[in-house]
Design a protein around this ligand. Structure first.
Ligand code: CU
Length: 235
């Protein structure tokens, strides 16, 4: 690095890029509405990643832009000076150490959030969700009722028990964030706690055949009274 002003130039460029990224991400959110308790864990891991990656991206791009300017082609008589590589070793070792530390801390953040999502298997409402080419079926064992719409009660923990009649499908409601495969011969649980009343779309997220794109169902999150009423009226 030529002089101290280079450090200031790189820092200024990096800060500018970081601010730009922050501006874009806050103006144009990268995630849809968060409508479940579990969404907060996924979003916190996602935002953590975004901050770390944004900072690294800004630093690398800031340095790159500085290099494009500082080491641009010189006059012929100034070219051909021997390049001293010895000082690069410190940067190399530091970069490696920081990368390892960052990777390990991101893995720790990820496993912390994952544990929060799967550690407690208890639920208030069980719903058996059966996937088949190309539709969804919902069964409520506690009330012994079927439905072609997935009714959920706001604020209650639901245990979605996923099965498949034919091939591999995947249960995915973008607003709830979590995604789980439905595998033939297996019953896979997924805990979800909706937090916002409304209608959402359940999508199949594994390519499962010709009409995969159309394998959808309506998810209706209701308040307690409405939920009870619907369970009696609909089925
Ligand atoms: Cu599918």
């Amino acid at each position: 690095m030529k002089n101290k002003s280079a450090v200031a130039a790189i820092a200024a460029l990096s800060a500018l890029i970081a601010w730009g990224l922050h501006f874009v991400f806050t103006r144009f959110p990268t995630m849809p509405l968060a409508a479940s308790e579990q969404a907060a864990h996924v979003d916190s891991a996602w935002n953590g990643l975004l901050i770390v990656e944004g900072a690294i991206y800004a630093l690398v791009m800031g340095y790159l832009i500085y290099c494009v300017y500082a080491f641009r082609a010189k006059k012929r008589e100034e070219q051909g000076q021997k390049f001293d590589r010895s000082r690069g070793r410190f940067v190399e070792v530091a970069w490696l150490a920081v990368s390892v530390a960052l990777t390990l801390s991101l893995a720790a953040l990820g496993s912390h959030e994952l544990r929060a999502l799967i550690s407690d298997p208890t639920a208030d409402i069980d719903i058996e969700v059966r996937a088949s080419q190309f539709s969804w079926e919902f069964y409520y064992p506690q009330t012994k009722t079927f439905g072609d719409k997935l009714y959920m009660e706001k604020g209650k923990r639901h245990r979605i028990i996923l099965t498949s009649k034919d091939v591999i499908h995947a249960f995915w409601v973008p607003e709830f964030r979590l995604k789980q495969d439905a595998v033939p011969g297996k019953a896979i649980p997924l805990i979800l706690t909706p937090t916002k009343v409304g209608e959402y779309t359940l999508l199949c997220n594994q390519l499962c055949g010709r009409d995969h794109y159309d394998m959808r169902a309506i998810v209706s999150v209701l308040e307690h009274e409405e939920f009870e009423k619907n369970m009696k009226a609909e089925f």
